[in-house]
Design a protein around this ligand. Structure first.
Ligand code: KIV
Length: 276
């Protein structure tokens, strides 16, 4: 089959120390979700720094209403597909719902996701009792990305996909949790759907990079679900933080490049994409 996706990239391989150096020097980190080798290859070509195999695959690939039905097996399968498409970008993958409820279970799940799925970093949601799992993994040289704010695996408890940290008590709790996940050994932190001012404050307070989605331009990097960026998500109402980068462009490659440029130049997210 003819493939336009075969051009090798010449960039150096991305690494965690490089992501931390980017935070220190004020260079924005560009992250996107991917679920297969072809899109991963296009992202690598477009210069995306970090590719996330998100458990959002439950919604955008499998068609579920939440991320809860996604299994570790699903994550390993899609992560291994994405790994085949990447040469330079760093590969991060989500630990799915209830696959890290204890440190021992987190260790077994993360080991499988790295060994079978080829992930270099594993992402998990929450703080509290999860801190023990973060510490257990980090102490055993498993790089961890924490995820705070709107944590989709807690959708039942949160009562829906809602912006978090809007009142003083929950903003204070998020600040505290951010410090705690860093102290437990997390190397990165995803902040999802929180007020931009709060995300800016958290990003300034931490030494680890923050990657925002619906968290404003003050984060050290940005992530979007690929389907949202391409206008494909098929949601009845488009969330505020989403921009369709394919609109007005003639290829997926151009859309990925425009996203990367806009994040790096501080043009995305803009005022219309942030929550107060
Ligand atoms: O699952 C996912 O795609 C994610 C991103 C939205 C950060 O966790």
């Amino acid at each position: 089959m003819y493939s336009s996706n075969s051009a090798p990239t010449t960039r150096a391989a991305m690494s965690l120390p490089e992501l931390i150096a980017m935070k220190r020097s004020g260079r924005k980190i560009v992250c996107l979700t991917a679920y297969d080798a072809s899109f991963a290859r296009a992202m690598d070509r477009a210069g995306i720094d970090l590719v996330l195999v998100g458990d959002s695959l439950g919604m955008v690939v499998q068609g579920h209403g939440s991320t809860l039905p996604v299994s570790l097996r699903d994550m390993c399968y899609h992560s291994a597909c994405v790994a085949k498409g990447l040469q330079s970008a760093l590969l991060m993958a989500d630990l799915p719902f209830q696959s890290y409820a204890s440190p021992a279970q987190a260790h077994a799940s993360a080991t499988q996701l790295m060994a079978e799925g080829g992930a270099s970093v594993v992402k998990l949601e929450g703080a509290g009792v999860i801190l023990e799992s973060i510490r257990y993994l980090a102490d055993r040289d498993i790089p961890v990305c924490a995820h705070l704010g709107l944590t989709p695996q807690s959708v039942m408890q949160l009562g829906g996909f809602k912006v978090q940290g809007r009142d003083e008590a929950s903003a204070d709790r998020l600040m505290r949790q951010a410090v705690e996940v860093q102290a437990a050994g997390a190397s990165l932190l995803v902040l999802e759907c929180i007020p931009a001012t709060l995300a800016t404050e958290i990003s300034a307070m931490l030494t680890i990079p923050t990657i925002g989605i619906g968290a404003g331009p003050g984060c050290d990097g940005q992530v979007l679900v690929m389907h949202d960026l391409l206008g494909l998500a098929g949601r009845s109402r488009r969330p505020r933080f989403v921009r369709n980068f394919l609109q007005g462009r003639d290829s997926i490659d151009a859309a990925f490049e425009a996203y990367a440029n806009d994040v790096r130049e501080g043009r995305f997210p803009a005022a219309e994409h942030i929550y107060q």
